[in-house]
Design a protein around this ligand. Structure first.
Ligand SMILES: [Zn+2]
Length: 139
């Protein structure tokens, strides 16, 4: 039994298990949004405001990049928690997708390595047959 081959078979099984587990990440049912929330700090322009002395106003804005062109929206405060949830969900799923691409590449690489080793075994078997067989006749 080829040691390298059995190692590769075990690796194939592990990678398949990892993919199986990862696929659960794509089973979510909640909405997701390709956007991110960030805090904008700015001056309002009033000369006697505390922001004029450096205490800038903080506003949470949503940068949405799913449409034709990127948009920046200032959501009402009571919607921020909900928006955070659905933008985090989008990021989580995209990250899982990146992992899936990597694992699939790994899976294909293992399959190819197993194939190469088995072909090498087949060629050794053929070489043995050739060395013992009588020469085939040509028609
Ligand atoms: Zn101000």
């Amino acid at each position: 039994m080829n040691h390298k081959l059995s190692q590769l078979r075990a690796k194939l099984q592990r990678t398949q298990d990892d993919i199986q587990q990862l696929l659960e990440e794509f089973q979510g049912r909640q909405p997701m949004l390709p956007a991110s929330l960030y805090t904008l700090r700015r001056r309002c322009g009033k000369a006697n405001c505390r922001c004029a002395e450096g205490h800038l106003h903080a506003t949470t804005v949503l940068s949405y990049r799913g449409g034709q062109k990127p948009q920046t929206i200032t959501p009402p405060t009571n919607q921020i928690e909900k928006l955070k949830k659905i933008t985090d969900e989008y990021r989580r799923v995209r990250k899982a997708r990146t992992t899936l691409v990597r694992l699939q590449g790994q899976l294909l690489s293992i399959v190819d390595q197993i194939q190469d080793l088995r072909v090498a075994e087949g060629e050794r078997a053929l070489a043995k047959v050739r060395s013992t067989a009588s020469h085939s006749t040509r028609r």
